[in-house]
Design a protein around this ligand. Structure first.
Ligand SMILES: CC(C)(COP(=O)(O)OP(=O)(O)OC[C@H]1O[C@@H](n2cnc3c(N)ncnc32)[C@H](O)[C@@H]1OP(=O)(O)O)[C@@H](O)C(=O)NCCC(=O)NCCSC=O
Length: 577
């Protein structure tokens, strides 16, 4: 359907016209992009209005960073680029953190920003929100483009879409100067200039030799381990991966966002025996997981004394040997690689030695048994385990729900305690351990999947995107936010003994975040015990009403720094003493 902007008036020469606004909308629709995450303002306010009128979902946020995090995670969940639309200069800069985050995490996302006029910007004549946005975005994303002419809008979007999803996915920047939107052209020519991207992320078939090499190394292992990363979850090759893990009989360790690819309760899951499998394994196959800081770079104390051989499956050849030698690199998309593994396995495979799998099972059972009583305590105010024990059961009863999780202690403890049962149901802070993804990711998760969302947030982490509770209420989304409120960062007990200022890590004592939700018409609950928390979350899951639960946690509970104590200056100093 032609999106006619207007008709030319000249008698006898009447023709259908279109303009930059409509061509942008048509380019998105043609490529199956139906949702825009945006914050309105100059020069893109009308673009948002017109896109909504043309049937796109345009979700307006209170801050571009949250709209950007929403777009990034939408890309992760759907394998289509999530689109974030911002105003120029400050709005663009607010969106950049999320663009860089998407690139780092390999989420396909396009940041589309309006910008001021090239002629004035280049001569630095002081335009409204003047900034060379293209130059600033370039180092933070996979690709950056600017469209100057309406007839190039189709190509501009085609390039952005392909760059975002092909190979290793990531963030792309698309710069649209204000003048572009008003440029008028013949509607038929405009439609012809649009590009439907065919096969945007082509399968990358691994070489048979690399597949054989990898399986030969895995087969020869006495203590093999598979590590699943969020790249494996992104691939949406869930059945193939499950078949491979089960047919091979190799224990698997899910990275945080790969939890649920196979259930955490699966007999081969080594999540609760993490230290043991890292230390004692002799061959490690990484599938869509990188040997970065989250895996201690593949070396050092966490990996123990026993020599290791690494096999790595990744779509990006340059990922290989990034930290240690990869003896069997397999370059390809994860679906194609794992399917090739499965074909090879069909002609015969011997399961790993029982001694190894039994040792892991026994360590896992020991850790689980150690944790179990802690999860059942009914203390008031709550400690982390008492509160998380409740939420663990909520996800067990609602495996379709999406868990969003950020914080320090709240993140680290929830990761271990809350079992996941289905793929791509756990969305957290990702590669950077960033604070602030909470409400943006929760909103996109609810919108993109239609499933209820449980956002488990540290009080500090929530603060970065807290204003979006208004957005949650405005769109009436089935999101239940649980804030672990311990009055501060890490803990709420620090004291400044020098002057009257509060200590740097403490917040207002006894704050009532639930009142924020009530201010916008949502349900607010103050929960001081696990029983109260359980009642409130179950009610939120059943009603699907926007809900915020202020879960009162003992300010003294938890550790100072979560699991990243060695990155915390104070604990480094303490260690040095
Ligand atoms: C890199 C890490 C995965 C490594 O963490 P680790 O503590 O080594 O491992 P975890 O997986 O968290 O597991 C901790 C321990 O719990 C055990 N474990 C795991 N699951 C379970 C269950 N279900 N039951 C019992 N025990 C369990 C696991 O085997 C480990 O014990 P053992 O096997 O006995 O060791 C983590 O530090 C991480 O993701 N960090 C990111 C933090 C972050 O991004 N923070 C940002 C915000 S901070 C801003 O200030």
């Amino acid at each position: 359907m032609l999106n006619t902007a207007t008709k030319s008036e000249a008698p006898g020469t009447e023709q259908e016209l279109t303009d930059g606004f409509h061509l942008v909308i048509d380019a998105l629709k043609l490529n199956g992009i139906n949702t825009i995450y945006n914050v309105p303002g100059i020069p893109i306010t009308d673009l948002g209005r017109m896109a909504q009128a043309a049937g796109l979902r345009v979700i307006s946020f209170r801050h571009e960073q949250n709209a950007g995090y929403a777009a990034g995670i939408a890309g992760y969940l759907t394998k289509k680029p999530g689109v974030c639309l911002t105003v120029s200069a400050p709005g663009f800069l607010n969106g950049l953190t999320a663009l860089a985050h998407a690139t780092t995490n390999c989420y396909p996302m396009i940041l589309v920003s309006g910008s001021s006029e090239r002629e004035i910007v280049d001569l630095q004549q002081g335009d409204y929100e003047e900034m060379d946005q293209l130059a600033i975005a370039k180092p933070l994303c996979k690709a950056a483009y600017r469209v100057l002419h309406a007839q190039d809008i189709g190509v501009g979007f085609a390039r952005a879409i392909r760059a975002a999803v092909s190979g290793r996915p990531g963030g792309v920047y698309l710069d649209l100067p204000a003048k572009l939107f008003g440029q008028v052209m013949n509607a038929e020519a405009g439609q012809k200039s649009l590009v439907k991207v065919i096969d945007a992320a082509p399968a990358q078939i691994p070489s048979p030799a690399s597949v054989k090499r990898a399986l030969d190394v895995l087969k020869a292992a006495k203590r093999p381990l598979i590590i699943l990363g969020k790249g494996a979850a992104y691939a949406q090759a869930d059945e193939e991966i499950k078949n491979f893990v089960e047919k091979s009989g190799v224990p698997f360790l899910p990275m945080s966002m790969a939890k649920g690819l196979l259930p955490d309760t699966h007999p081969q899951c080594a999540g609760a025996a993490r230290s043991t499998v890292l230390k004692d394994s002799d061959v490690v196959m990484l599938i869509g997981a990188r040997l970065n800081w989250l895996l201690s770079h593949g070396k050092g104390k966490s990996w123990g004394e026993s020599p290791k051989k690494f096999i790595q499956v990744d779509i990006e050849p340059r990922e290989m040997d990034s930290n240690v030698e990869i003896v069997a690199p397999v370059v390809g998309d994860i679906g194609s690689v794992v399917s090739a593994f499965n074909q090879a396995l069909a002609s015969g495979w011997t399961a790993p030695p029982a001694e190894w799998t039994k040792a892991i099972a026994s360590k896992r059972d020991e850790n689980v048994a150690k944790m179990a009583p802690k999860l059942m305590n009914n203390k008031s105010p709550m400690d982390y385990h008492g509160a998380l024990g409740v939420l663990k059961n909520v996800i067990k009863d609602h495996p379709e729900a999406i868990l969003v999780n950020e914080g320090a202690n709240t993140l680290d403890l929830a990761r271990g305690v809350i079992d996941m049962y289905r793929p791509r149901k756990r969305l957290d802070v990702g590669t950077w351990g960033v604070m602030g993804i909470g409400m943006g990711q929760a909103i996109a998760a609810a919108l993109e999947t239609g499933h209820p969302v449980l956002a488990v947030e540290g009080d500090s982490a929530f603060g970065f995107s807290g204003m979006e509770v208004e957005t949650i209420c405005r769109y009436d989304l089935p999101i239940c936010v649980v804030i672990f409120n311990n009055d501060g960062i890490y803990r709420g007990t620090d004291v400044n003994s020098v002057n009257a200022d509060p200590a740097t890590t403490v917040f207002v004592k006894g704050a009532r975040y639930d009142k924020m939700m009530e201010a916008f018409g949502g349900v607010g609950v103050n929960a001081t015990s696990p029983d109260e928390l359980k009642r409130a979350v179950n009610e939120a899951m059943a009603s699907r009403k926007p809900t915020l639960i202020n879960a009162v946690i003992d300010p003294a509970a938890g550790s100072e720094s979560g699991r990243i104590g060695n990155l915390n200056p104070q604990s480094v100093l303490q260690k040095k003493k």
